[in-house]
Ligand binder design. Structure first.
Ligand code: GTP
Length: 610
């Protein structure tokens, strides 16, 4: 793999890893933050709900306490229903959560001021069922003087307050206490009272400690549900309140908490709710070890909820459980949006990073690639290549300079080496030539040696046969040479041979002639292209010349050094070999010796001359 790819791969992977780690950390932080936000909101909502519930259920207590005290002090008197109701109306105006403020007399009469819990028209009403009116429950609008105005409805004959749950409870307990949730028994054509109420009632005693009736302050649980829905709308979650037996008291969802018809009123338990979410939460709460208070994260369907519950005991009444469940998606959604944006930014950074890395890799590797190309050309011996490598990177620049210097040195050294090799080769060639010459030369006489003679004879033999020319061979031997040596000494004998060699050199000037020392004091002359007669002539000239030199030789009959010569010639068509030619010349020499020496003899045609 190329360096460029390595850089891109390594830096790219590193960048990818960094971006991935960064994104993962951000995701973790976002998730933790969303959980914190969710928890904080849950706490806030929980405290709001708790405050509101406390406030809600405090209303009947405060109002009943106040009225009990007022009756006790004679400020109001249930025996003056008109004044009592006007007082009730004032209190209702002050307290918007209040649905009913009523009193029941020991005779079972009923006088109340009310705000209808349902419907558009929430103006105050007066209700009364008096003996004078035959205990008919009558519902009036309130006129401008806070008296019964327009009669809305009259029904529910023979109404007896003493039978109502609030009256019964107050009498039974003998003190202010909560009564169970009950259905309003108002015949209202607009159905604005088709709801359930919950409140406190207390027996009333006048200043003389005489029982004068029962007072009740009532809140409608519809209001509570409505208010829970308002609070939870913001969080996207649900909240509900149950009684200890699991019956729903209030619910932020539109699912009903009770079933009402004209004949039947049925409370709905949490696990009977139409809402699967509420049912699931009911089961979850059932499983909890601490039903009083707790908070857990719980998966319901595709959603993760933070479920928070707390118990709230009504003083002198039941313990209520306030539950809320807030979905995590509510908080995760903006976080996920943020993360998506972060992902886009990360992708952008990654892209830019990769472009930058690619540019850096090109910038870093370009001079290195040039250097590598240069080095491989140097490796092939191309010294002339000098690329222009410019880089601000010091190391690469130094490497380039070093490579340049190295190339320069190597070029010089190679040239020196080549020169040296050429010189040495020349010297070697000369030495070889000299060696070759020496290997073919006789050291004493400077003539060709026997080896050279054999080669030349073989070559000339071939040539003369190809060109149909004659080839003559002269064999020479110094006469009485042993005696000469014995008499004059060996150095003188050597000198004698050198003189003969000199004579032979003078008579073998043609390029095709060769004079050689054949061995000992014996010599030979190869004459290519020389016929027999001319060979004989040449032999005679040589013999005569040596004689003329007149080297004194006392043991010779002539008193000087002489030579005997045998001549043999190969003519056209002669099939004898070079060896046979030598034998023939040798034979002629033998005969020259035998016939008296200092003469030239031929075997073909015995010719003697001296
Ligand atoms: N000085 C000297 N003498 C040599 C050399 N080579 C051979 N001789 C001598 O040459 C002589 C040859 O003698 P022989 O072959 O017996 O014959 P010769 O005395 O020449 O008599 P003929 O050839 O019959 O006339 C010997 O005494 C050798 O020692 C040499 O290189 N230098």
């Amino acid at each position: 793999m190329t360096l460029k790819r390595y850089i891109i791969l390594l830096l790219g992977s590193g960048l990818l890893l960094l971006v991935a780690i960064q994104w993962w950390l951000t995701y973790q932080a976002a998730e933790a933050m969303s959980l914190r936000l969710q928890t904080r909101l849950a706490e806030e909502v929980s405290s709001q709900v708790n405050d509101k519930v406390r406030q809600f259920f405090d209303v009947p207590r405060q109002v009943v306490s106040l009225n009990v005290a007022q009756v006790r002090q004679g400020v109001i008197d249930p025996r003056d229903p008109e004044a009592l109701v006007r007082n009730f109306l004032l209190q209702l105006e002050q307290q918007p959560l209040l649905t009913f403020l009523s009193t029941g007399t020991p005779e079972g009469e009923y006088f109340a001021a009310s705000r209808p819990p349902l419907g558009e028209d929430r103006s105050l009403r007066i209700l009364q069922a008096s003996i004078a009116n035959h205990r008919v429950m009558s519902l009036y609008r309130v006129d401008e003087r806070n008296r019964p105005g327009q009669l809305i409805d009259a029904g529910n004959d023979n109404y007896d307050a003493r039978l109502r749950p609030w009256f019964v409870t107050a009498q039974m307990m003998g003190r202010m206490s909560w009564y169970p949730v009950y259905r309003y028994a108002i015949n209202d054509p607009a159905d604005d009272y088709s709801a359930m109420g919950l409140g406190m009632s207390a027996p009333l005693y006048g200043a003389d400690d005489q029982f004068v009736g029962v007072i009740t302050a009532d809140v409608s649980i519809v209001q509570l549900s409505r208010w829970l829905a308002e609070v939870m709308e913001r969080s996207g979650g649900v909240a509900f309140i149950t009684e200890p037996d699991g019956k729903l008291l209030a619910n932020s969802t539109p699912d009903p908490v009770y079933f009402l018809s004209r004949d039947e009123t049925r409370r709905i338990s949490l696990w009977e709710s139409d809402s699967p979410l509420l049912r699931e939460l009911g089961e979850l709460l059932e499983r909890q070890a601490d039903p009083e208070q707790g908070r857990i994260l719980h998966q319901i369907g595709n959603e993760r909820y933070l479920v928070d519950w707390v118990s709230y005991s009504l003083r002198d009444g039941p313990t209520l459980r306030i539950v809320q469940a807030i979905p995590q998606s509510q908080f995760m959604a903006p976080m996920l949006d943020l993360l998506r944006q972060l992902l886009l930014v990360a992708a952008g950074i990654l892209l830019l990073g990769m472009i930058l890395i690619t540019l850096i890799s090109i910038w870093v590797t370009r001079p290195l690639v040039a250097l590598s190309r240069w080095a491989s050309r140097l490796g092939r011996g191309d010294w002339t290549y000098r690329p222009d490598i410019r880089t601000p990177v010091q190391e690469v620049s130094r490497l380039s300079q070093a490579l340049g210097q190295m190339a320069h040195h190597m070029e010089r050294q190679t040239q020196d080496l080549e020169r040296l090799v050429a010189t040495r080769t020349r010297e070697l060639e000369q030495a070889n030539q000299e060696l070759s010459r020496l290997s073919r030369t006789d050291a004493l006489t400077g003539l060709a040696n026997r080896r050279s003679l054999d080669e030349v004879l073989a070559r000339e033999w071939g040539r003369t046969r190809r060109f149909a020319q004659p080839l003559s061979l002269l064999m020479l031997d110094i006469d009485w040479f042993k005696a000469y040596n014995d008499q004059h000494g060996h150095p003188a004998g050597d000198h004698c041979m050198q003189v003969l060699a000199d004579v032979l050199r003078q008579h073998t000037q043609r390029a095709t002639d060769l004079a050689a020392r054949y061995g000992g004091e014996e010599f030979a002359v190869v004459c290519s292209g020389l016929d027999h007669a001319r060979a004989l002539g040449l032999a005679e000239e040589i013999r005569g010349m040596l004689e003329q030199r007149a080297l004194p030789h006392e043991s010779s009959p002539l008193g000087v050094i002489t030579v005997s010569i045998g001549v043999a010639t190969l003519n056209m068509g002669d099939t004898r070999s070079p060896g046979q030619l030598i034998e023939a010349a040798d034979l002629a020499l033998y005969r020259a010796k035998a016939s008296g020496r200092n003469r030239v003899v031929s075997v073909e045609n015995t010719h003697v001359a001296h």
